[in-house]
Write a protein that binds this ligand. Structure first.
Ligand code: SAM
Ligand code: SF4
Length: 474
C-alpha cells in the first residue's frame, strides 16, 4: 500500500534567525587573541556558539586564516585520528515531482531518462559495489509518490540481502525527501544508518526562488524534516547545505543553528554535516543558480571553520570535488568521502555506457577515481581508509555515540576497527599495488598502537582476517 506523506507545518516557526546572522557577519575583525581563544575552545572539544563561529568566518587576515586551518588540522587528528570513512552513493530512482532549479533531475528537465531500479537491477548494482569491496552505501532517491516509505524500506532490505562472494553491505544510509513520523518509523525498522536531508539553502527567500513548485517548495516542512526523523526514533541524522545558492558564510552559520536546534530539542546534534558545492548538470545554467559559489580557497577555509564549530560531527565531502581538493580537505576536517562513485541510476552495472548514464545522472562528478585508487592514495598520504560500521551495529549511535565521541575516546576503537576493515579490503579486493600499500600501513599502525591488551587483541584479529576472517570489530 502507498504511504502518502501528510504535510503539516501548522505552528512551526523557523529556527534560523536571519537578522541575527547578518548582524554577526557584519562584525569584521582579525583579533588574533580572540581567534586563539576560540580555537582553544574547539580543541577542548566544545561546540562553538554562533558568535564564535562568526569570528572565524569573518577573519580574512592571512595569519589568522593559517591559525584557523592549523587548529582544524589538530582537531581532526585528535578526534578522528588518521581514519577516513569510505562509502558509495547508489541512485535507486530519478523520478521527481520537484523543480529544484539547480538539479538535473528536476521535473521540467525533459532530457533526463527517468528510471527506477527494479529488485533485480538493484541487486545487480549492489553486487557490483560489493565486488569492488564497498561495505557502506547511501541510497539516493528523487521525490516521487512511487518512492514512499514502504518502497524505501523495501530497497534497504534488498540491499542488505545481497551477498556477492565475500561481500555484504553493512550500513545503508538514506538521502531522500523528508517523510512524516509514520514514514520514518517504517524506514527505521528496515535498519538504516543515517537519514540525510540537505536544506539546500537556509535563506528563505532564495529557497523560495530555487524551489518554485512541488512538496519541496515548503521551507518549514523540510527544515523540520530531521526533527520528525528523530521523533520517529532515528537518532543518526545528517544535515547539509548546497553551497552556491546563497552567501556561504550565511549558510555555514545556519548549519550551526540547525545543529544547535537538534541538540537542544533531542539532546544530540547531527551525526554528519554535508556541504556539497553546486556542479554542472544536464540543461542546468550554473550562472543562474550558482552565483554565490565559494572559490576553492574560501571553501577550504569554510571546511576548517566548520570542523572547529562542531568538533564531534562527521563531515562528508563527495566526489563533486576533484581529487586534489579532496586530498587536501581531509587534513582540515573531512572525515568521510565517497569513492568509485556514479550518480546515474543503474550506472554501476552499465559502466561502459557513459552516454546513457549521463542522461540518468543528477549532476557531473569531478573525482572519478576508483575505490582501489582512492584507498591506495589515502595510504600513501598516511591516512587509514575505513569501512567500519561497528558503532552503529553495536548500538553506539545518537546520544550514546556522542557521549563517547565527545571526550575523544572513540578514536581508540575506531583506529583498531578501521585497520580491521582495511585488512579485509587488502586481502579480498585490492589490486596488487594497493594491497602492498595497505599491508605496509597496517603493519606500521599496529607497531605504533599503544601497548596493552587492546593491542594484543587487535593483532589477533588482524591475523584472523589474513586467514580469511570476516567482519571482525571491537
Ligand atoms: N531528492 C531528494 C532531495 O532533494 O532531498 C534526495 C536528495 S538529491 C537526489 C541529493 C542532493 O544533491 C540534493 O539534496 C542536493 O543538495 C544535491 N544536488 C542537487 N543538484 C545538484 C547539483 N547540480 N550539484 C551538486 N549537488 C546537487
Ligand atoms: Fe528532485 Fe532532489 Fe533533484 Fe530536487 S534535488 S529535483 S527533489 S532529486
Amino acid at each position: 500500500m502507498k504511504q502518502s506523506v501528510k504535510i503539516n507545518t501548522n505552528g512551526l516557526k523557523s529556527f534560523i534567525p536571519e537578522e541575527k546572522i547578518y548582524e554577526l557577519l557584519s562584525r569584521k575583525s582579525n583579533d588574533k587573541g580572540r581567534i586563539r581563544e576560540i580555537i582553544a575552545k574547539s580543541l577542548s572539544l566544545q561546540r562553538l556558539e554562533p558568535e564564535e563561529m562568526a569570528v572565524l568566518l569573518n577573519a580574512d587576515d592571512a595569519g589568522c586564516i593559517a591559525e584557523i586551518k592549523e587548529g582544524a588540522h589538530r582537531l581532526k587528528q585528535e578526534i578522528y585520528g588518521k581514519r577516513i570513512v569510505l562509502f558509495a552513493p547508489l541512485y535507486v530512482g530519478n523520478k521527481c515531482i520537484n523543480n529544484c532549479a539547480y538539479c538535473g533531475l528536476r521535473c521540467s528537465n525533459r532530457d533526463i531518462v527517468r528510471t527506477t531500479l527494479n529488485r533485480r537491477e538493484l541487486e545487480q548494482e549492489v553486487g557490483r559495489l560489493e565486488d569492488k569491496g564497498h561495505k557502506r552505501l547511501i541510497l539516493v532517491y528523487g521525490e516521487h509518490p512511487d518512492y514512499d516509505a514502504n518502497f524505501i524500506a523495501g530497497t534497504v532490505k534488498t540491499v542488505y540481502g545481497v551477498k556477492e562472494g565475500k561481500g555484504a553491505i553493512r550500513r545503508v544510509n538514506i538521502n531522500a525527501a523528508p517523510l512524516d513520523v509514520e514514514g520514518y518509523k517504517i524506514v527505521k525498522a528496515a535498519g538504516i544508518g543515517t537519514y540525510q536531508i540537505f536544506q539546500e539553502t537556509y535563506h528563505r527567500q532564495t529557497y523560495g526562488r530555487v524551489h518554485p513548485s512541488g512538496p519541496k517548495s515548503d521551507y518549514l516542512w523540510r527544515l523540520y524534516g530531521l526533527d520528525r526523523a528523530m521523533e520517529a526514533g532515528i537518532d543518526d541524522v545528517g544535515i547539509g547545505a548546497l553551497f552556491g545558492l546563497y552567501d556561504y558564510k550565511f549558510e555555514a552559520l545556519a548549519l550551526l543553528y540547525h545543529a544547535i536546534h537538534l541538540e537542544e530539542r533531542f539532546n544530540v546534534g547531527p551525526h554528519t554535516i554535508s556541504f556539497p558545492r553546486i556542479k554542472e548538470a544536464l540543461n542546468t545554467d550554473l550562472r543562474q543558480v550558482a552565483s554565490f559559489a565559494p572559490s576553492d580557497e574560501e571553501f577550504m577555509r569554510l571546511i576548517a571553520v566548520l570542523r572547529l564549530a562542531v568538533p564531534y560531527t562527521g563531515m562528508i565531502l563527495t566526489a563533486r570535488e576533484g581529487a586534489a581538493f579532496r586530498h587536501e580537505a581531509v587534513n582540515y576536517g573531512v572525515s568521510q568521502i565517497d569513492a568509485g562513485s556514479d550518480v546515474g541510476v543503474g550506472a554501476y552495472a552499465h559502466e561502459d555506457d557513459d552516454n546513457g548514464n549521463r542522461k540518468k545522472r543528477q549532476f557531473e562528478l569531478s573525482d572519478n577515481r576508483s575505490l582501489d585508487e582512492i584507498i591506495g592514495e589515502l595510504c600513501d598520504g598516511g591516512f587509514i581508509p575505513s569501512a567500519c560500521t561497528a558503532c552503529y551495529r553495536s548500538g553506539r549511535t545518537g546520544e550514546h555515540f556522542m557521549s563517547m565521541a565527545k571526550p575523544g575516546d572513540i578514536k581508540k576503537f575506531c583506529t583498531a576497527n578501521a585497520l580491521l576493515t582495511l585488512s579485509e579490503y587488502a586481502e579480498n579486493y585490492a589490486g596488487i599495488k594497493t594491497r602492498e600499500k595497505c599491508r605496509r600501513l597496517i603493519k606500521k599502525e599496529l607497531q605504533n598502537y599503544p601497548e596493552g591488551r587492546m593491542k594484543q587483541a587487535l593483532a589477533g584479529k588482524l591475523l584472523q582476517v589474513e586467514n580469511g576472517g570476516q567482519d571482525l570489530f571491537f
